[in-house]
Design a protein around this ligand. Structure first.
Ligand code: B3K
Ligand code: ZN
Length: 844
């Protein structure tokens, strides 16, 4: 397949003023009539042919201004030669036939549990009708449908049953249609200018009692975007639909968001605290897209981070406002390191704005989303809060209704703040995680920090220029008092020194506060200094980070050289764990040891070849040591953290549950799971029930509990996904392939459902020691399933293949095993473009 290049961008030669669509819905023979009103685009070269995209469509009729045309489509679309096109405006009409029921790709128009639904981003609309399916072609839509389904939805405002008018021009990727037997959980929202908006969350009958938290999250999101960004909703109605079969989390279609049901449905009995937090974040994310994505969209798919990075940045801040900024930041950085640093350090590394792709759906990555959000955080750190607010207002004023680029975005910041962002742009165009090394010096009251940046090579990018990196720094004196408050140093050169004058004694530096840049910080630092910062740092992120670094050092040393767990680490963790002045959620995060994949990543970065089995046993030994050290104090901690009374989904109560479960997990290492058994019996939330079950499985005492859990939850798809996943995640390394294989033969393993497939197959990849078992059984099993899924659902198959992206870290035997599986996948006949590209990039 051919790569698409940013450098080849050309505007579409025609403007599309209006689109009228009519759907005669039928499971296997849906008829779609499209009336497209075009005019020549004055910004394009005149006299060009018109190329329309189209896939898996049966063309029944084609006419231009009422005159029948006889052109034959090819496999990817339809060309109308320039000779057939008038100089002025014209109307092109097509009628096509499609088959939603047999569309297993869950892309385009498909069926899920008897309902019709759509997913068009990035290029699903071309599976619905012939169309210029690109984001810079924006049009106003009118939609009608013919079906017996009681609920009939599309974008915009309703004009009758199954008739919709969307006044806002939009690209085709934001089109949506839903028709089904659904019920609504409804509410209203009055906007800041006093307009009343009808809100509906549509679900399958029986699920209407599970929508309250999603609705509450939506209302809070609408309010937040008004208060913080001054952005008001712009239609009379906002609909959300929950769908069981969905390739990703959710989709921001104009006025009709479509969600994976796991990101809508929640009750205390069925959803965990993590689910609640995710629902709140994703509802917000999709809603925020109404301005950052829909009103201002992307010129082409290379600009994907323009909407995704900014919208992730916005949803992260929203969650921080709703919960705790410190805890949210720590969780976001944990995820960034686990997913984005991992991607950035391997064969799939790419720039936040890539300049080529084969299959755009392969680029909905942690780099575009999460690093894209970090880049915006850095921009804000450099221009300040006021500059940021000014720039965003200018962005909305200048580009509303447009399909914009990263150049437009940066220009807005330059014009609003007067700052030159030429060097900053490297963050968008260069892949790879910068490494910072820091050394310091103190003499006669003068403290000097010297920071050096290295930008490692990435695929297709050998040498790189230095970046502008905001490094937030604070200085503490030896009593733990802050002598220099947080200051943002701007590192612009390869090596640069920063001086602080007038200090009475040598300070302890707290560097990269709040994780002010997505970099790997390397600093030779003593265990004492880390313990000191864990105890005293006034920046909550760096306080946690110090404990994390300490734990990581200990764990890495243990993997490499074995030996005991040092007493100073045990004491430092104990102090934080029992410090009642600290947020329980923060204490729970400090108790959580770095994961095995994280340790493998760090060992590799430090020049070692990670041994998955050794990492697994070292980590368990360290947990055991911690449990032993805290033994006497654990029971009181566990008792004291009960959350009686009605369930409260708020961050404070969730933090208490998290700390309690962390303590129960340690306790299980001492009492064989007896306390967790009790906790499971008395659980009054899914957080506690599932958390206790995970602990029991982890200590090998969970078989009966897992069987009982299954009996209890048999009828709930979302809870059963958790059951499937937990068996695999908790399996001992030498049993995981066998357990996974057995689960795939379970009658409830519906492998065509992405949630269920992910629950089992993605969990296999997240059991680090089990996935990388020396036998290679897990590698083989994953490859078998990717090959099987690919013809049915190439998007999900390609996404799951990233489990293999870390192969260069491991020893020669494992490398050979993984490469052999990748080669086997690559050699499969008729492999999708999606998986072909992924496997090709991983093989290099
Ligand atoms: N924009 C969608 C993602 C579409 C993925 C297409 N493969 C959801 C989101 O980011 O909000
Ligand atoms: Zn998004």
């Amino acid at each position: 397949p051919q790569a698409i290049l940013l450098a080849d961008y050309q505007p579409f030669p025609f403007l599309l003023d209006h689109v009228a669509l009519h759907f005669k819905l039928h499971p296997t023979q849906t008829r779609v009539t499209a009336r497209l009103s075009f005019a020549p685009n004055p910004a394009a070269k005149p006299g060009q042919d018109m190329r329309l995209d189209g896939e898996n469509l049966i063309l029944h009729a084609l006419s231009l201004d009422g005159r029948t045309l006889a052109h034959t489509p090819d496999a990817t679309g339809l060309t109308i030669p320039a000779a057939d096109l008038p100089d002025g405006p014209f109307v092109l009409e097509t009628e096509v036939e499609i088959s939603p029921e047999t569309n297993t790709s869950l892309d385009g128009l498909y069926m899920s549990g008897g309902m019709y639904c759509t997913q068009c981003e990035a290029q699903g609309f071309r599976k619905i009708t012939y169309y210029p399916d690109r984001p810079d072609v924006m049009a106003r839509f009118d939609v009608t449908m013919d079906t017996d389904m009681p609920v009939q939805l599309s974008n915009g405002n309703p004009t009758g049953l199954g008739a919709w008018h969307d006044p806002w021009p939009k690209p085709a990727y934001l089109f949506a249609l839903v028709a089904g037997d659904l019920v609504a959980h409804s509410d209203t929202f009055t906007t800041m200018s006093g307009r009343k908006v009808a809100l509906n969350i549509y679900v399958r009958p029986g699920d209407e009692g599970k929508c309250a938290y999603a609705m509450d999250s939506l209302i809070r999101s609408m309010k937040w975007d008004e208060e913080v960004y001054g952005r008001e909703y712009d239609l009379d109605i906002f609909n959300i639909v929950a769908v069981d079969d969905f390739n990703m989390g959710a989709m921001e279609n104009k006025g009709l968001n479509i969600f994976n049901s796991k990101l809508v449905l929640a009750t205390p009995e069925t959803a965990t605290d993590d689910d609640y937090a995710r629902i709140e974040a994703v509802i917000a994310h999709e809603y925020f897209h109404n301005w950052t994505g829909n009103r201002i969209t992307c010129r082409d798919w290379f600009q994907l981070c323009l909407k995704e990075g900014l919208t992730v940045y916005r949803d992260q801040k929203f969650s921080g406002d709703m919960r705790s900024h410190a805890v949210k930041r720590i969780e976001d950085v944990l995820a960034l390191r686990a997913r984005q640093f991992r991607e950035d350090g391997g064969p799939l590394a790419h720039a936040v704005r890539p300049d080529s792709y084969v299959e755009i759906n392969n680029f909905y990555t942690a780099t575009i989303y999460e690093k894209g959000a970090e880049v915006i955080g850095m921009l804000r750190a450099l221009v300040g809060d006021e500059g940021y607010a000014k720039a965003l207002n200018l962005y909305f004023d200048r580009h509303d209704g447009q399909a914009a680029t990263i150049e437009d975005w940066l220009k807005v910041f330059e014009d609003a703040t007067g700052r030159d962002l030429t060097q900053f742009k490297h963050w968008y165009t260069q892949a790879g995680t910068p490494h910072l090394t820091v050394t310091d010096d103190f003499k006669d009251g003068l403290y000097t920090l010297t920071i050096e940046q290295k930008n490692p090579a990435a695929p297709g990018q050998a040498s790189k220029d230095p970046k502008v990196i905001p490094v937030a720094v604070g200085l503490l004196n030896s009593d733990g008092a802050e002598v220099v408050p947080t200051t943002v140093l701007e590192l612009t050169q390869e090596r640069q020194s920063f001086a602080f004058e007038g200090l009475a004694s040598r300070p302890v530096p707290s560097i990269l506060r709040g994780f002010s840049a997505p970099v790997i910080l390397e600093r030779e630092s003593s265990a004492e200094e880390r313990a000191f910062l864990l105890a005293h740092d006034t920046d909550p992120f760096n306080k946690w980070e110090a404990g994390r670094a300490l734990a990581k050092d200990v764990l890495m040393r243990k993997v490499i050289a074995g030996g005991d767990t040092p007493a100073d680490w045990l004491t430092a963790v104990e102090t934080v764990t029992f410090d009642e002045t600290l947020d329980p959620a923060f204490r729970a995060l400090t108790l959580r040891l770095p994961g095995e994949d994280d340790i493998a990543q760090s060992l590799h970065a430090a020049g070692h070849v990670p041994d998955p089995a050794a990492i697994h046993s070292a980590r368990r030994a360290m947990q055991g040591g911690l449990a032993g050290h805290l033994a006497k104090r654990l029971p009181a901690l566990i008792d004291g953290l009960q959350t009686p009374g009605p369930f409260d989904p708020g961050a404070v109560a969730a933090g208490r549950r998290a700390l309690r479960l962390a303590a129960l997990a340690l306790m299980a290492r001492l009492d064989g799971g007896a306390s967790a058994q009790v906790a499971m019996q008395n659980a009054n939330s899914m957080t506690e029930e599932l958390g206790a079950l995970a602990i029991l499985l982890d200590v090998g005492q969970g078989d009966d509990a897992a069987a009982a859990f299954r009996l209890k939850w048999q009828g709930d798809r979302l809870v059963m996904d958790k059951w499937f996943g937990l068996q695999v995640v908790s399996a001992a390394p030498d049993r995981v392939a066998q357990i996974t294989d057995a689960l795939t033969k379970d009658p409830d393993f519906d492998w065509k459902n992405p949630n269920r497939f992910r629950a089992v197959i993605a969990s296999l990849a997240s059991n680090h020691a089990g996935f990388h078992h020396a036998s290679g059984d897990s590698y083989r099993l994953l490859a078998d399933w990717l090959i099987k899924l690919d013809p049915v659902n190439p998007q999900t198959a390609a996404r799951m293949s990233t489990a293999f992206e870390t192969w260069p870290r491991y020893d020669a035997d494992r490398q050979a095993l993984i490469r052999a599986e990748l080669a086997r996948i690559a050699a499969t006949p008729n492999l999708s473009r999606n998986l072909t590209e992924m496997v090709g990039r991983m093989l290099g």
